[in-house]
Design a protein around this ligand. Structure first.
Ligand code: ATP
Ligand SMILES: Nc1ccn([C@@H]2O[C@H](COP(=O)(O)O)[C@@H](O)[C@H]2O)c(=O)n1
Length: 212
C-alpha cells in the first residue's frame, strides 16, 4: 500500500505520515528533507548568479547521508528549500529517489507537496493535510521552543505565509490536492486525534477498494 500525504508547511503532515507508517508498518520518507538538503548545500550562494546552477548540481549529487533532519530543521533552511524547489531541474533530479522509495516492495508512506499529484499519482490513499496559518505558526513556534530556539512569532507566521505562496505559485510543482485526495483539516485536532482521523480515512479507502 502506498500512502501519499501532502500539505503546506507545518500542517503536521510529517507527524501524521510517521504515525501512519508506524500504524501500518510501512517505511516513511519525508520528501521535504531532499529539498531542505539541497537548500542547505547552496546556502552560501543565495542571491548569487550561480545559485540555480549550484542547486541543480547539489540535487544531482544528493546522498542519503545528507538527509539527517537534525541539520535541516531550521526555518532558514525551510525557506531556502522552497527557493530551490521552483527550479525544474532540481525537481527532476530528485524525482527518481522519491519514486523508487514509493515503489518499494510492500509499500510506503511519503509526505511532501506533490506526492499525490506528481511522484505517485497512483497512490492507494492520498491525504491532503491543512490547518490554518496561525495554528501552523503556533505549532512551529512550540517546536523551536522545545529545541531551546528563540523565535519571533510574527516572523515565523510571515515566513510560513511567504513559503505557502511561493509553493502554490511554483510553476514546476504539483502543490494542490489531487482530485482523489482526502482533505483533513487538523486545526482543531491534536496529534492523536489527527492520526485517528487519518487512520479512519485510510481504512475506509482500503475497505471500499476491497469491496467491503
Ligand atoms: N495536530 C497537531 N496538533 C498540534 N501540534 C502538531 C499537530 N501535528 C503536528 N504538530 C506539531 O507541529 C510541528 C510541525 O509538525 P510537522 O513537522 O509534522 O509538520 P510538517 O507539515 O511535516 O512540516 P514541514 O512540511 O514544514 O516540515 C511539530 O512540532 C509537531 O509535533
Ligand atoms: N515534495 C516536496 C517536498 C518539499 N518541497 C519544498 O521543500 C520545502 C520544504 O519542505 P518541508 O515539507 O520540509 O517544509 C517546501 O516549502 C517546498 O518548497 C517540495 O517542493 N516538494
Amino acid at each position: 500500500m502506498i500512502i501519499a500525504v501532502d500539505g503546506p508547511a507545518a500542517s503536521g503532515k510529517g507527524t501524521l505520515a510517521g504515525g501512519l507508517a508506524g500504524y501500518y508498518r510501512l517505511p516513511h520518507l519525508d520528501t521535504g528533507l531532499l529539498y531542505r538538503a539541497v537548500g542547505r548545500a547552496v546556502e552560501a550562494h543565495e542571491g548569487q548568479a550561480d545559485f540555480e546552477a549550484r542547486a541543480i548540481e547539489a540535487a544531482r549529487d544528493l546522498h542519503p547521508d545528507d538527509l539527517d533532519p537534525e541539520f535541516l530543521v531550521a526555518q532558514k533552511i525551510g525557506n531556502l528549500a522552497s527557493k530551490v524547489a521552483v527550479i525544474g531541474e532540481v525537481r527532476k533530479a530528485l524525482f527518481q529517489y522519491q519514486r523508487n522509495f514509493a515503489l518499494r516492495h510492500g509499500g510506503a508512506v511519503l509526505d511532501g507537496r506533490d506526492i499525490g499529484t506528481v511522484i505517485c499519482p497512483e497512490a492507494d490513499v492520498k491525504l491532503f493535510i491543512i490547518a490554518d496559518a496561525h495554528a501552523r505558526a503556533e505549532r512551529r513556534a512550540r517546536q523551536f521552543a522545545a529545541r531551546g530556539q528563540a523565535v519571533d512569532f510574527e516572523t515565523l507566521y510571515t515566513q510560513i505565509e511567504e513559503r505557502d505562496a511561493r509553493d502554490r505559485a511554483n510553476p514546476n510543482g504539483g502543490f494542490y490536492p489531487a482530485a482523489d485526495a482526502h482533505l483533513l483539516d487538523t486545526t482543531q485536532l491534536d496529534i492523536e486525534a489527527a492520526l485517528r482521523a487519518a487512520v479512519a480515512i485510510v481504512d475506509a479507502v482500503i475497505a471500499r477498494k476491497a469491496g467491503h
